[in-house]
Write a protein that binds this ligand. Structure first.
Ligand SMILES: N=CN[C@@H](CCC(=O)O)C(=O)O
Ligand SMILES: [Zn+2]
Length: 414
């Protein structure tokens, strides 16, 4: 693999000191840059960067050199919350929503997650891998360079493991870091609607040991929400997950104050995600923890539900991450450029805050801060080069349009 040198970078963005793994509160507004810069990648890693005035003379002999032609270079987006393994789209529900039906109503009528679970049961592992690969390639073209993917459309022992095996294949096949979350507790399958404890036992006594045995998951996820899993049920599930070495990353407070944040924090969740419903207790609870608040503004936009209180969280010194939530029901989009724009437009995050939330804090929400999320020596050389832009703020400002010209993965132009 030859080394890659990128020169003539108008602005190299996100040159945080390597020891900073997550940004909280006021620190989220600090986005260090180098103007008129170069960056060197060797062996798939960032091995040097600096100002063009100090371009080293002793460069590797086998070197590919490209000019950024006055564009900006960013660390790739770190999308820490997705559900991209699914069997089929759900545009029939999209039309129901246009006609006025709500997310909970559609779910109660057998749509929603159960609809996706029905569609996934008979889908082959190969087919799921192929369709998820197409989605992941699209996301990479839009600047994503690290991703978390959830199970949760299986809801049976075989189908949950099938989903997790697909995620493992994605881990092996793609050049970007991929993390897997086990989300059998996404909803109660039809057969267990009247036997909730039975399903929880199935997860704890059969699925978790099976998954641990094959090393298929990195995290335990639960949809803690009215009509789905209660705080008490979530507590039990997270405790079991921790016993099998799976730290929690959970869905909390999407539709109501569910108690999920408090339960997540109790079990040292890496992140609690959604938080469209938030009150003072939730913010206070997070502000005294190390748990990241992962906000998913594309979901709010698509479902027409409230946007999370990013300002309240940042003001309370909580680390905030932004992610896509790409899934067939509530967010059929994995475009992180758009997520960053929504972070600014609807969550009132400053461009620097939104970019940090979608890079370094996204990496932290996948425990990947040592390899991704900023421009630092030794991190993976997953980057994107933009067109020339007038400022950093132009990126989220030009919403719905891509400024990305080139994708670099593992130090190679893609
Ligand atoms: N809320 C739970 N899970 C997904 C939606 C799943 C679906 O509707 O298929 C989410 O994060 O939005
Ligand atoms: Zn989700």
């Amino acid at each position: 693999m030859s080394a890659l040198l990128i020169t003539d970078i108008d602005t190299l963005v996100g040159t945080h000191p390597k020891n900073i793994s997550v940004l909280k509160g006021g620190a989220m507004n600090t986005l260090p840059v180098i103007n008129n810069a170069w960056i060197l990648c060797e062996g798939g890693l960032i091995t040097g960067f600096g100002s063009m005035d100090n371009l080293p003379a002793d460069l590797p002999t086998s070197l590919t050199s490209i000019s950024a032609k006055g564009g900006y270079v960013f660390p790739s987006w770190c999308d820490s919350h997705t559900h991209i393994v699914f069997a089929a789209s759900r545009e029939e529900e999209f039309v129901m929503k246009i006609k006025g039906k709500g997310y909970e109503e559609i779910a109660a009528a057998g749509g929603g997650i159960l609809n996706s679970a029905r569609k996934l049961q008979h889908e082959s592992e190969d087919h799921l891998f192929e369709s998820a690969s197409i989605r992941l390639n699209d996301m990479i073209k839009q600047g994503t360079g690290a991703v978390e993917i959830k199970s949760g459309y299986g809801l049976t022992f075989d189908s949950e493991l099938k989903m997790l095996r697909v995620i493992r294949r994605l881990k092996d096949a793609f050049k970007i870091p991929v993390k897997a979350s086990f989300l059998a507790a996404h909803t109660f399958p039809e057969d267990y609607k009247k036997d909730r404890n039975g399903y929880i036992r199935l997860i704890i006594e059969q699925m978790l040991p099976g998954i641990a045995n094959e090393g298929l998951a990195d995290y335990m996820d639960v949809f803690c929400e009215k009509g789905f899993f209660s705080a008490e049920e979530t507590d039990k599930l997270l405790e079991a997950g921790v016993k099998y070495g799976l730290p929690p990353k959970i869905h909390a407070n999407q539709l109501s104050i569910s108690g999920g944040v408090q339960v997540g924090v109790k079990h040292n969740a890496i992140s609690v995600d959604h938080l469209e419903a938030t009150d003072e207790d939730v913010i206070n609870c997070l502000s005294t923890s190390n748990t990241i608040a992962t906000l998913l503004p594309s979901c709010s936009l698509y479902l027409g539900i409230p946007f999370a209180n990013a300002r309240g969280l940042i003001n309370a010194n909580v680390p905030v991450a932004l992610a896509s939530d790409f899934n067939p029901g509530s967010t059929p989009s994995g475009n992180m450029n758009f997520v960053v724009s929504l972070g600014c437009i609807k969550l009132k995050m400053l461009p620097e805050e939104a970019i940090n939330a979608a890079t370094l804090n996204g990496a932290a929400a996948m425990q990947l801060s040592d390899v991704a999320g900023s421009i630092a020596i030794g991190k993976k050389a997953n980057l994107f080069i933009t067109r020339p832009m007038s400022s950093i703020a132009y990126l989220p400002y030009s919403f719905g349009q891509s400024q990305i010209e080139k994708i670099i993965l593992n130090g190679e132009v893609n």
